[in-house]
Design a protein around this ligand. Structure first.
Ligand code: GLY
Length: 561
């Protein structure tokens, strides 16, 4: 596709895109295949691959590289993520391409001499970067499942980077918000820094990123982890006292892990195991929702919100104490998912009383960024992939690798810099998630697939840091209990409780004034926010058609055929 076509397409999609108030009842429909991602252009790239006969995994690889170009705040080659796959024969797989701590990382690297956490060290600048996993992840996915040539899947991103595209109003706003951070983190002026700020429809081309992607196109994973791009990364690290070395890059491996499988009201739910907390937490929450029959209460009613908050605070307490990289810490996954454990975990929940979070044992809690990205894809054969990737905060650590045109993650902040001290997302971690060389930091990313009667039913996921867990949880309930369309389920206003701080975070208008008053009488307090989650999901409807639910909170786009 030429740049002119991309620009026209973007303009058309921009003007036709929905917002929260005009979100349609039913999302995009397709008889054969569907792509839902954070940007119209990455969706167009993925869809084009499917139309050329590529499978869902081919489309995922192309979508991921396109996101690195058109959605630089979270789409990435300098970050990492997870994919959950279900093939049409029913086989399932999970790939972990999470970033990891460099070999020189130390447990107290973000603490000063008095043992206080120096906040910005783990969020802005070179030290915040973990060893990137995304390119290794895409390579591994393609090696195992790809059907089209690798080069054909990277090329659309190169075209987009080289020929350019028009940025959306949301991207302009996100870029403008971070101008000061970009200046602080870089010793030169990367393209994102602009004297008079950014506006919607400003034209961006990224020839350096196009060159980096060309190395990846021609040499696969080695085009990133070895050679010129690796040299550029290591030089950048040396300029800013970062820790990532050539050995770290060459030693990085994506890891196939056994997916977690649970059930919810007759459905089979397949999700991501540690080092994501996503699968464990969502499967625990679904057990709680089934035990307490949350779905019998009206959507976002007093009882429904109260019960969800009570379930969530217990699950987050478990998360903070027990979850971390399973290669470094014995994570009691089977125990946390056992029906007996959860029956007793949720047994003291009362419909007319809150349990203060101080009465619930857990570890201690860290903050996590809402600025990740998710895409869901189903191909014409029924293969499905759910992928969530991240730089952690918007534009990661804000360091653009000089000459290579891409930004590095600040995923080191997802470790517990000091057990007991909250990270950016207010999440507290314990020993399980302490920093160690080569260790993967705990994540909340929750790529998830749901089956009914042995057939594909939903492909789900969201960005949102800690709110990923509760967004995916609510989207499942919205479809299964509240019988919403996929579009309604993703558009529906969301609420969130993460144990600490002890409050319900709610989107403005998520719950009525009367419900707020009733919840306050029960002892809940509130924080109101603009947006929770950005679910990009697919539903296989009863009539067999695919419905894509693109979250109207962003520029997200579903398209099928
Ligand atoms: N950095 C967000 C996450 O991994 O959940």
């Amino acid at each position: 596709m030429t740049s002119r076509i991309y620009i026209l397409l973007l303009l058309a999609l921009t003007f036709s895109s929905c917002n929260l108030t005009t979100s349609p009842k039913v999302g995009a429909l397709g008889d054969h295949a569907m792509v839902v991602s954070a940007h119209p252009l990455s969706t167009a790239v993925g869809l084009n691959v499917l139309k050329q006969g590529g499978n869902a995994i081919d489309a995922a690889v192309a979508t991921q590289f396109a996101l690195a170009v058109v959605y630089p705040r979270a789409g990435n080659i300098g970050g990492g993520g997870f994919s959950v796959i279900r093939l049409t024969d029913g086989s399932i797989a999970a790939l972990d391409f999470r970033e990891k701590a460099p070999a020189q990382a130390e447990r107290k690297m973000f603490q000063d001499s008095l043992g206080n956490v120096v906040g910005e060290l783990s969020t802005i600048g070179h030290l915040a970067a973990g060893v990137p996993g995304s390119v290794a992840g895409m390579w591994e996915l393609h090696q195992k499942y790809g059907s089209l040539p690798w080069a054909d899947l990277v090329q659309p991103a190169i075209d987009l980077a080289f020929e350019g595209f028009l940025i959306t109003a949301n991207e302009a706003e996100a870029l403008n918000e971070k101008q000061e951070d970009f200046r602080q983190a870089n010793h030169y002026r990367p393209w994102v820094v602009r004297e008079n700020g950014w506006q919607a429809n400003d034209y961006v081309n990224q020839p350096q990123l196009a060159a980096t992607l060309s190395f990846i196109r021609d040499s696969g994973r080695d085009g990133f982890y070895k050679g010129i791009v690796a040299q550029q990364i290591v030089k950048e690290m040396q300029r800013g006292n970062g820790l990532v070395t050539h050995e770290d890059l060459q030693n990085y491996e994506a890891i196939w892990r056994a997916p977690l499988v649970g059930t919810y009201r007759g459905h089979r739910v397949i999700s991501m195991p540690p080092p994501s907390s996503g699968g464990v937490a969502v499967l625990q929450m679904l057990q709680g929702a089934e035990l307490l029959n949350v779905g019998r209460y009206e959507h976002n009613s007093t009882n429904a919100v109260h019960l969800m908050a009570e379930i969530e605070r217990r699950v987050f307490a478990d998360r903070s104490k027990h979850l971390g990289d399973p290669d470094y810490f014995q994570v009691p996954v089977q125990q946390l998912l056992s029906p007996d454990y959860n029956a007793s975990r949720f047994a003291d929940i009362s419909i007319d009383q809150t349990t203060p979070s101080t009465d619930i044992q857990g570890g201690e809690v860290p903050y996590e960024s809402p600025e990740t990205t998710h895409f869901s894809i189903v191909d014409a054969d029924g293969n499905a992939i759910s992928t969530t990737t991240t730089l952690n905060l918007n534009y990661g650590c804000k360091v653009w690798v000089k000459g290579a045109g891409f930004v590095l993650n600040n995923e080191m902040d997802d470790f517990s810099s000091k057990p007991g001290v909250p990270n950016f997302f207010g999440l507290i971690g314990a020993e399980a998630n302490a920093i160690a060389p080569g260790k993967r930091m705990l994540s909340s990313m929750t790529p998830t697939i749901v089956e009914k009667d042995g057939a594909l039913k939903m492909v789900l996921g969201s960005p949102g840091g800690a709110t990923i867990l509760t967004s995916v949880f609510q989207t499942v309930l919205n479809v299964i209990d509240y019988e919403m369309t996929m579009q309604e389920a993703v558009s529906a206003k969301k609420v969130h409780h993460q144990w600490l701080p002890d409050q319900i975070k709610a989107e403005t208008d998520a719950i009525s004034l009367k419900t707020i008053e009733e919840l306050e009488q029960l002892g809940h307090s509130f924080e109101f926010v603009d947006k929770i989650g950005r679910n990009d999901c697919i539903l296989v409807r009863e009539d067999g058609r695919l419905e894509g639910g693109a979250d109207p909170r962003g520029d997200d786009k579903a398209a099928g055929f």
